[in-house]
Ligand binder design. Structure first.
Ligand SMILES: [Zn+2]
Length: 325
């Protein structure tokens, strides 16, 4: 018994434990720097030191993308909770409950509608925190519902996968979601609506082998792991060392599997720009082409000197050719 153990130590302990709860600081998984939570939030969960993109929950993702962070989630279809009565070390139902408590979500996906840049959109965002964002029946149904809603609202569909793949606890039933989600996004495309995928870290397994790789435009976040089987499994199978940056967003961009790698802070604007481009409908050729060609030859000739000519003059020429035949 002395004053150090009785007085000093408790005081120090109180100082350390009470005033610094451990959730105020987060360690960057890439550069290992400590980041204050407010700074991290303000920076959209991107490390201010090295630019590493931390994983982000479905709610935050939706809030980040929609205009003023305003959106409405839809009620997801009911599915059987544990069709195979699956049990490993724990019951599947128990795992589900734990994930629901942890994430405060019912499933690993949220489907919401709202506006981006004043245009209606439907977004289906995954939550990796919910059982690794795995795709079971509920997630499959949710994607179907999202596609249906997009077609109904004549709105583009955006999916944001963050998933380890199919949910093994649902066995074959989870694998069936692969063709189902493929058909779902095909319905959106058949309706003439844009389908954009934002590949976030990680997009692997059955999710990458289905709807996630079928976007009209595939965006990815920097550093995101995108692939089917993991790097280690591939290396062990083919007995070769894989190149640096294998299965990262930038690698996929270089190899033509991804269209753009976009920093999180530029995502919203980039998607709005793409939606505007994709949403611009060219007016029916016959109606516009002929009068335009006449008026151009009469009035607008002196203005269309050099740079502006390429696209506008090319289009009516093609269109009038088509109508003549
Ligand atoms: Zn960092």
């Amino acid at each position: 018994m002395n004053w150090i153990s009785n007085f000093v130590r408790p005081k120090i302990r109180a100082l350390v434990h009470k005033e610094v709860p451990d959730n105020l600081w987060r360690k960057c998984l890439s550069c290992a720097q400590m980041i204050f939570h407010r700074e991290l939030e303000a920076n959209l969960l991107v490390c201010p030191h090295c630019g590493y993109h931390l994983r982000i929950g479905a709610k935050k993702r939706l809030g980040m993308l929609f205009d003023e962070g305003v959106y409405k989630t839809i009620e997801l279809p009911e599915t059987p909770a544990d069709p195979l009565k699956f049990r490993d070390r724990k019951r599947y139902t128990e795992r589900l409950k734990e994930a629901q408590v942890k994430t405060e979500e019912k499933e690993a996906i949220l489907v919401a509608h709202g506006e981006m840049g004043g245009m209606p959109v439907v977004i289906a965002a995954f939550d990796f925190g919910f059982m690794g964002g795995s795709m079971g029946m509920a997630v499959g149904e949710a994607l179907l519902a999202a596609a249906k809603l997009a077609v109904l609202q004549k709105a583009p569909l955006i999916t944001v996968p963050a998933s380890g793949g199919a949910r093994m606890q649902e066995g074959i039933l989870s694998l069936m979601q692969m063709p189902r989600t493929v058909i779902a996004v095909e319905q959106v495309k058949e309706a003439g609506l844009p389908y954009i995928v934002l590949l976030s870290d990680p997009t692997t397994g059955g999710v990458s082998a289905s709807f996630a790789m079928l976007g009209d435009i595939a965006l990815a976040e920097p550093g995101a792991i995108i692939g089917f089987a993991g790097q280690r499994v591939i290396e062990e199978t083919i007995r070769e060392t894989l190149p640096d940056g294998f299965q990262r967003a930038e690698f996929l961009l270089d190899h033509g599997m991804v269209d753009m790698v976009v920093h999180r802070r530029d995502l919203r604007e980039t998607i709005i720009r793409l939606l505007k481009l994709l949403g611009e409908r060219t007016p029916p050729a016959e109606v516009v082409a002929l009068p335009k060609a006449e008026s151009e030859s009469a009035d607008a000739k002196p203005e269309s000197a050099d740079a502006a000519t390429g696209a506008p003059t090319g289009a009516p020429a093609e269109a009038s050719g088509g109508s003549a035949e």
